[in-house]
Every structure is written in C-alpha cells, then in structure tokens.
Design a protein around this ligand. Structure first.
Ligand code: ATP
Length: 531
C-alpha cells in the first residue's frame, strides 16, 4: 500500500487506488462486515492542508441532497484521517479526456449545465464549493450513472455565519488565490477577491465554455504552470479574454450566462432557476430529449419534426390557391408607414382593429391563455414576474409586432419589450431581441418589405463587422433618443430603429443602456402621437 497506508482503516478494507490529489489518496474499499463497496479518502493528519478535516465538517451539511455523496463514516487511525463516502464513477475530466474529441457535444454540455442545480443545493445549504472544476464533477455508478455528483469539499466554506446568520463580509484586501488555474473566476483568481456564490457560478460557466471550445479555453492549452511567471501569464490571459471572444460560435446562452455571473454583486443570490430554464430551452430548441440525464456517450440525435406533418396538397387544390392569390388586392393592405393622422385617437373607444384581436400578450408562456377582453393598451396589465424563457417571450413579442395593425398596438408591444428587458435583469440583446427589432423595422418601414436580419447566430460576425468603442454607442444612442421625440413619420422611426439595432449589435456587450431604454420608451410614446 502506498505511503504505508494500512490495508484496513476502521471497518474498511482498502482495495484499488482510484485517484490521488494534492492532499491525499482515494481508494475503493469494502466494509468488512457488510461487503459494501465505498470510496475511502485518506490523508496524513499532519498534512499542511488538512482538507479531510474541512470535508468532514462540510459533508453533514449536504447529506440527502441529489448529487451529493453520502458520508458513511470518518475517523483517525494512527496518522491517517479517513473519510468513507459513496463510490462514484468517472469525473467529467476523465470522460472528456477519454473521448479523444477536441470539444464536447452540445447535448452533454447542456445536460451538465442543467445540473448546476448542484450549486443551488449547496448554496441553499449555505455552502460555497470554491473549487469547481471538471475533476470535481463525477458521474454516479449504475443505476445513477446519468447523475452528476459534486465531490471534493476541501476548499468549501459556509458563507452564512451560523451564529449571526449574516453573509460573510467582502474585503478590499487582496487575498491569496484559492481554487484552480482553469476555472476559478477572474475576480477570485486574478483580482484576489473573496469568493462568493457568483464565483462558483462563473467557474461553472467557464467549465461549460471550456468543454464546448475545441482544444479548451485558451489559457488551459499549455498545461499546469510550473513557474510564477507562467501562472502570471495565465491570469493575464484569463482576465483579458472577453466573453464574446470565448463564446464565438456557441449558442448565445453561454456568453450571456458568463456575463450574468460577472455582473452579480458579492452577496447576490443567483437566479439558478432562470439559467436552468435557459439551458433546458436551448436543449429543446436543438431537439435533445431527456436532457435532465447526462448520457454518456451521447445518444444519436433523434431527428424529429417540430411541426405537425402537413397534409399533402393536391395539384387541383394548388391551382385553386394560385387563382385566389391572383384575385387578392395586395395594395389594400394597410401599411403603417403610410398612415395619416386624420382621426384623433379616441381612448375611451378601442382603436380600430383592436377589437378584432386582443393584444394582451400572454406572459405565462401559454399560447392559448391570456385575457380575451378587448381594451386600449393603457389598460395593459403589468404582470407579476412569471418565469418564462426569455427567448420565448421575445419571440411572442416579435409575433405581436408582426400582427399589429396600427400604431397604438405597436406602441404597446414596444413598451412591453422595454419593460420585459428591464425586468429580466439581462439587458443584453440576444438573437431574439434583434429579431424583434427586425420585425419592428419591417412594420414601421413597410410591412411588405423583406428585412435583412440584423443578427442571427450564424451571421453574427458579418453583420456586426467588429465591435466599436463604448463611447461611440453611447453617443449614437443619445442622439437617437433625442430624435425619436420629434420624428414625423413611421418611416423616420424605422430608420431610427435600424440605427439603434446596428449600433447595439456593434457594441461589444450588446446591452441596452439607460439611453437605449429611453429610446424605446420614446419610440412607444411617439407612435401613439403618430396614430
Ligand atoms: N467518491 C468517489 N468515488 C470514485 N472516485 C472518486 C471519488 N472521489 C474522488 N474520486 C476520484 O479521485 C480523484 C481525486 O479526488 P478528490 O478531488 O476528492 O481528491 P483531492 O485529493 O482533494 O484532489 P485534488 O488535489 O484534485 O483537490 C477524483 O478526480 C476522482 O477521479
């Protein structure tokens, strides 16, 4: 047995060495009485970093929760401190390495991301992990092989003081770095900040991005640093890397998640549910099923049609359709841009067209739901926050823009869009947000025109043409905000919307600033005037 570790510790026979780290070794072991197979983590009691002692304190706080190993026993025998925990399977690090692939598939990463509920569990139990990395996420053994478990609580800490019930204090004093080179957050690793919940989440975000990047995150490619100078270079590279560069070519959720983590304040409670919803929705959009399970190797993608099968059209039916189309008087279609301001708005009567289709936007995510009572937009109900996927809501708002038949309806949808973005806490304009602006531009300029999409996942780069300094965006948006108040026609407003979309897309953060929101609110107000 290595390092003279005895063959038996407590009631356990030590068997195969499963792994060893900086602070000790892990063995497969058997209970001498029951034969139960467990993992036994052993450490010299005089080790300079007595992590087994810390783990022994943390484990009881996490017992019984999904994805947390059970602590069966612990003790000291001679100079050995041992912990007996559930025997688990391979770590994500091993799985990723063994796959021989340069990047992990999106399905697997989504399913790992959804299991960030592990962090939620730990945080709810007042514990920070503080060493999130691939080696510390392991899969269970059959029948739990699709569950990811967190291990290694040697750096963990309670962030709520058990006596005062207060969050641990922040500090301006730079601390020694604690964590790992690859995934520890920029704040903790590069700036010496005190770790809190946000840093566990940022480490998870970096882990997801690492898995999706061929060859991994840029600063991981030269291996573990051997000198202080190499470590310094890693920190510089990590600090300098912008989320949009790290996440190029990935679904926007990952970039947004990283930005979100970095925007959290020291003692903020992260919105775990929101991100679990986002990753679940991303999986759904990509046709991945059973996403709560981490299935390795990933199952082949079941190609399925998202739309119900269309009935076949016979040649004679097609001929009838073409005849009907030919009879259509397309120039009767109301074009918003050419509306005149003949009738003053009558606010006590619903505006024309409003009674036909109610535009109370269903915010519950249930397409069939929503109020059926007609009414002018001033009665629009400001909803209580309901958890619905951001993309889904934005898509509904986009469709409402396309359905709008007058300026009042458009105005209320824009107001809704602005309120929604302010409320979600993520002011980054995503693909769906740009699609909303595209639809708005099209409606204002001329509903019959085809609008070149401002931003799609695949055309990000061509469309944006590189980012521009923040002050350029601020200047342009401030001008747009002023001009929107005096625009004389829908066509002029359309031009302002296009400028707004382009300048936002070109900015590195793609966020909507205070002036941006003032522009949107001004646009909603101006549309009512131009009715
Ligand atoms: N319960 C377990 N069941 C099976 N294998 C395990 C278990 N716990 C740990 N291992 C294996 O042992 C490795 C090291 O475990 P762990 O991270 O807990 O030890 P450590 O000494 O704290 O390591 P480090 O120096 O990386 O912090 C893990 O990556 C994993 O492969």
């Amino acid at each position: 047995m290595s390092n003279n570790i005895p063959r038996r510790l407590g009631n356990y026979w030590l068997d195969e060495l499963l792994g060893s780290g900086y602070s000790g070794s892990i063995f497969r072991a058997y209970n001498v009485y029951t034969g139960d197979c467990v993992a036994l983590k052993v450490q010299d009691v005089n080790h300079e970093c007595p992590t087994n002692r810390y783990e022994e304190y943390i484990y009881p706080l996490l017992q019984g929760a999904e994805g947390m190993p059970t602590l069966w026993a612990s003790g000291v025998q001679g100079k050995w401190h041992y912990l007996v925990i559930s025997l688990l399977g391979a770590s994500l690090e091993n799985i990723y390495r063994k796959s021989g692939k340069r990047a992990m598939d999106l399905r697997s990463v989504c399913s790992i991301a959804i299991q960030i509920t592990r962090l939620q569990t730990m945080h709810n139990r007042e514990v920070l992990h503080r060493d999130i990395q691939l080696g510390n996420c392991v899969v269970g053994r059959p029948p739990n092989e699709t569950t990811i478990y967190m291990i290694d609580f040697g750096f963990s800490k309670r962030y709520i003081d058990p006596y005062s019930r207060r969050h641990i204090p922040d500090s301006k004093v730079k601390r020694e770095f604690l964590g790992n080179y690859w995934f520890t957050s920029v704040g903790v690793h590069c700036k010496g900040k005190v770790p809190s919940r946000r840093d566990d989440l940022e480490a998870a975000a970096l882990m997801f991005i690492h898995l999706l990047t061929p060859g991994g995150l840029p600063w991981t490619r030269n291996g573990v640093p051997k000198t202080e100078e190499q470590h310094r270079r890693i920190k510089c590279a990590k600090e300098a890397a912008r989320p949009e560069d790290l996440c190029r070519g990935m679904p926007s959720e990952f970039e947004e998640f990283l930005r979100y983590c970095r925007r959290l304040k020291f003692s903020d409670q992260p919105d775990y549910e929101r991100w679990i919803d986002e990753f679940r929705e991303l999986a759904r959009e990509n046709g991945f099923t059973d996403i709560d399970k981490f299935i390795w190797p990933p199952p082949p993608l079941q190609l399925r049609s998202l739309d119900p099968p269309r009935p076949a059209v016979t040649p004679s039916e097609m001929e009838n359709v073409l005849h009907d189309l030919a009879k259509l008087k397309l120039n009767n279609r109301p074009i918003l841009a050419e509306r005149t301001n003949n009738c003053p708005p009558q606010l006590d009567k619903p505006p024309q067209g409003f009674e036909k289709k109610t535009e109370v936007i269903d915010l519950s995510g249930d397409a069939s739901g929503g109020s059926t009572e007609p009414g002018p937009p001033k009665k629009m109900i400001l909803r209580t926050p309901v958890r619905v996927k951001k993309a889904t809501r934005l898509e509904k708002l986009r469709l409402s823009v396309l359905d709008a038949t007058n300026n009042v309806m458009l105005s209320s949808v824009i107001a809704e869009f602005s309120i929604f973005l302010k409320e979600t806490g993520s002011k980054t304009l995503t693909r769906e947000g740009f699609a909303f602006l595209d639809a708005l531009y099209k409606q204002l300029a001329d509903p019959s025109v085809f609008a070149q999409p401002m931003r799609t996942r695949s055309s990000v780069e061509e469309a944006s043409g590189g980012s521009q300094p923040a002050h350029v965006k601020l200047g342009v948006v401030a001008r747009l905000r002023r001009e929107v108040a005096t625009a004389q026609s829908n066509r002029m407003l359309a031009k302002l919307v296009a400028d707004f979309g382009v300048v936002t897309n070109k900015s590195s953060t793609r966020t909507i600033t205070k002036d941006g929101f003032a522009f949107l609110d001004g646009l909603a107000a101006r549309l009512k005037m131009l009715q």
